[in-house]
Design a protein around this ligand. Structure first.
Ligand SMILES: [Zn+2]
Length: 189
């Protein structure tokens, strides 16, 4: 039975299986799937509570599994925020050539997104955790946000423009998804 619970770390969906076990067992599988097995007398709410109590651990385990599926890459925690500013400097010329003034760049710790574009205020906000992802993913986020100065929404026109700047943006975005555990990382990032 699939259940979804709201936790302090966002919603977690898990599969609850009734087994001949004494209490509750929680595990995260190789694809990041969350399984709880519970004895026949254990109410489902107790499984929900377990997920809520251990949501931080679940997310860390999922991030670990995901990065294991992509063995060539692991978060690089040695780079500082300067790599993010460098990426903006390197990539801004793409839109400068189209008459877009240089935006102000703000770095923030964000838990649900990698970046955002306040195009009316000429500002982009980038997640500090981007310093830990591969440069190809960091560049994707920067180009995505810069493209919003040309197309504020996510219309077909936006994606056409993004593809013109960065033909392999979708591959980079998929790779970036394997780092989503960093968004909820409570360490210094
Ligand atoms: Zn966007």
């Amino acid at each position: 039975m699939k259940r979804t619970v709201e936790t302090v770390n966002g919603p977690v969906t898990y599969t609850l299986t009734i087994k001949n076990v004494k209490n509750l067992n929680l595990r995260v599988g190789p694809d990041g799937e969350v399984d709880v097995s519970a004895g026949p007398r254990v109410p489902p709410e107790a499984a929900d509570r377990l997920i809520r109590d251990r949501s931080g651990w679940v997310l860390r385990a999922q991030a670990r599994m995901r990065s294991r599926n992509v063995p060539a890459v692991s978060p690089d925690l040695t780079r500082g925020p300067e790599v993010i500013f460098e990426a903006v400097e390197r990539l801004y010329p793409l839109v400068a050539a189209l008459g877009i003034p240089k935006p102000e760049v703000t770095l923030r710790k964000m838990t649900s997104r990698w970046g955002s574009c306040h195009y009316t205020r000429r500002r982009i906000t980038l997640n500090r955790a981007l310093s830990a992802v591969p440069t190809e993913c960091l560049d994707y986020v920067v180009v995505h946000e810069l493209t919003h100065f040309l197309c504020p929404n996510h219309s077909a026109q936006f994606y056409a423009q993004l593809a013109a700047f960065m033909p392999d943006w979708a591959r980079r975005r998929s790779l970036l998804r394997t780092y989503e555990g960093l968004l909820r990382d409570r360490s210094g990032l």
